[in-house]
Design a protein around this ligand. Structure first.
Ligand code: ATP
Ligand code: MG
Length: 570
């Protein structure tokens, strides 16, 4: 994290003060707690940057905790990919861990502990079993303005509550028949404080623990316990949890009374929660449920479809971890909800790739040019990256027949068209000056071949007599160029807010032209590109060899981002 003003955000100041006040026991501990029920997206990446970034900044540790307390929809596939994506983003979890892997935790490994804590609460008269239906509870709980009505079970003696709770655990009851509630305050203006459910019955198998449990803790109960037992000092989450914070603190207070808080260097560690605004990006959706729908209904090719806002989709698109981190940094940490422009992320990607991506020539809409007076094949030498002399040069075959982009030729040139046209001179990048003499057209009127002559004395690209040639175009040698499939991606949604008519209507706003596949020719070196390698196709854009589909000799490229855009960051 750099030292600019935006990075001295309120979370950082909050932690700084706690460190100064000696509240951390000498170590800042944060956590990133994804639920393994989907792939992480750019919004999660923001949380990853904050959670891991703050730990890094203070020389502490950040735990990766899979929040697998909700048995449905969780899987190891998701868990493994979350790990892979965080690693790719450039972060490493550290700390003790609960299963041999440093810094890695599964919330479900704490189920026994959570159960024990729930029984403790019951014994202390701080929790009770309730069998009101959800509908009935709504009426009892009431509205913030007036106190609620206590559940008829609110004063059941602890011994009886214990009996029911154990029967709940033993599977005696159906889902929803009973639940366990914290006994807090039925008059609180904060609805979350009115005897919230802390355990519920769910006869659903857990992806790790199978049918060991049929009762599962609620997030508001589980999360502070997880934080406290792991010795987390600073628990950062998104704004919607702000109203849950009193409950978080209530649970931590109870753990304190039970003597269950971690003591580090003589300091009792009380985890505390603070909230920051979610990252929202226009022209996409980020809810895992909707992303899953896009995948399962086949609107995209998978979670890692390069149009998806997922981290794996962005990787496959050719985005870099550095650009994603830079984007999160630029968006900043705030208490106010806002929408970010995907153009800012694209700008970050472009900025980085401009510095690092090797230059190559590729012709995506090819038309053949024959140089009638050219004899023996030659080789041109071009820099791999003009911005980075260290990147060296490459040699590219050049012959009598080359491919150029159709858009670089006009039979009847418009005003100020300085590229290839009959009678006009143009520079063939790195090679020579070429003068077009005419073209051949097919029966359909489409140009099928362009003819012309080269000026031998201009080899290297400049005229011996110093005459000026305005246009320079890129090319691929026909004899040695490699055929490539190239996928041109655009935004997945055609409008800034695909959810404007609600989540059931978002599909109608999909951009029908978000993927166009073309077949082109690329310079020989690109034929051997390895999946994940990124390039700048000169004059065209940034591209990456597809990590799944690209093969030696038969490359497939994804357009990461176009070369230029009018967007300028504020
Ligand atoms: P969903 O509600 O779509 O299923 P979630 O956002 O609740 O997903 P979790 O796996 O629970 O997903 O999130 C893990 C962490 O990432 C949480 O701390 C959450 O606050 C944070 N997070 C999720 N989405 C965003 C976002 N858009 N911006 C910033 N942080 C986010
Ligand atoms: Mg969640």
């Amino acid at each position: 994290m750099n030292e600019s003003d935006t990075s001295r955000h309120f979370l950082r100041q909050w932690i700084e003060k706690d460190v100064a006040d000696g509240k951390t026991g000498g170590k800042v501990v944060t956590r990133f707690p994804p639920e393994p029920n989907g792939y992480i997206h750019i919004g999660h990446a923001k949380a990853v940057c904050v959670d891991f970034g703050m730990a890094e900044l203070f020389g502490g540790e950040c735990h990766l905790r899979l929040d697998d307390t909700n048995p449905a929809k969780e899987s190891d596939e998701y868990a493994d990919n979350i790990k892979r994506d965080i690693t790719w983003l450039g972060f490493k979890w550290s700390g003790e861990g609960d299963s041999g892997e440093p810094g890695f935790y599964n919330a479900s490994n704490m189920f026994d502990k959570m159960y024990e804590i729930a029984e403790n609460l019951i014994k202390a008269g701080q929790a009770y079993c309730c069998n009101l239906t959800q509908e009935e509870w709504k009426t009892h709980r009431g509205v913030p303005e007036t106190p609620g009505t206590p559940s008829p079970s609110r004063d059941t003696p602890p011994a009886r509550n214990l009996e029911i709770f154990r029967d709940m655990k033993a599977g005696k009851y159906a889902d929803g028949e009973w639940c366990l509630r914290a006994k807090i305050d039925m008059a609180s203006p904060n609805i979350h404080f009115r005897d919230p459910v802390i355990y519920r019955i769910r006869h659903v198998s857990h992806y790790h623990l199978g049918d060991k449990w049929c009762i599962y803790p609620m997030y508001d109960f589980a999360h502070p316990i997880e934080d406290a037992l792991e010795g987390v000092t600073h628990s950062m989450c998104t704004l919607e949890f702000e109203v849950h914070r009193p409950l978080y603190d209530w649970v931590v207070d109870r753990l304190d009374e039970m003597g269950m808080l971690v003591v580090r260097n003589g300091v009792k560690i009380r985890p505390r929660q603070r909230e920051f605004a979610r990252l929202n990006i226009t022209s996409t959706v980020m809810s895992k449920r909707l992303l899953l729908q896009l995948v399962t209904e086949g609107h995209v090719a998978g979670w890692d479809d390069p149009r998806m806002p997922t981290v794996c989709g962005m990787r496959r698109r050719g985005y870099t971890p550095g650009a994603i981190r830079e984007f999160c940094e630029r968006v900043g940490v705030s208490k106010v909800e806002s929408e970010s422009d995907p153009a800012l992320l694209e700008w970050c990607v472009r900025e980085e790739l401009n510095k690092t991506a090797p230059r190559r020539m590729a012709v995506l809409d090819p038309v053949k040019v024959v140089i009638d007076n050219f004899e023996a094949p030659r080789e041109v030498e071009l820099p791999n990256n003009p911005l980075d002399p260290e990147a060296g040069t490459r040699r590219i075959p050049f012959g009598r027949e080359i491919w150029i982009d159709r858009a670089d030729f006009m039979e009847v040139p418009e005003k100020k068209f300085f590229r290839m046209a009959p009678g006009q001179e143009v520079r063939l990048r790195g090679a020579c000056i070429f003068k077009c003499t005419g073209c051949v057209k097919g029966g359909d009127g489409i140009v099928s071949e362009i003819h012309g002559v080269w000026d031998e004395s201009s080899w290297g690209g400049n005229a011996a007599d110093g005459r000026k040639v305005k246009g320079t175009i890129h090319w691929v040698d026909c004899a040695t160029g490699v055929k490539a499939a190239v996928r041109l991606y655009d935004r997945l949604f055609a409008v800034p807010d695909p959810l404007k008519d609600g989540p059931s209507e978002f599909l109608k706003y999909m951009n029908r032209d978000s993927l166009k596949t073309v077949s082109g020719y690329v310079e020989p070196l690109l034929g051997e590109a390895k999946g994940g390698e990124r390039f700048q196709f000169e004059r065209t854009g940034y591209f990456v060899a597809d990590e799944r589909d690209s093969a030696p000799g038969a490359p497939v490229f994804n357009r990461t981002v176009t070369l230029k855009d009018s967007y300028k960051p504020a």
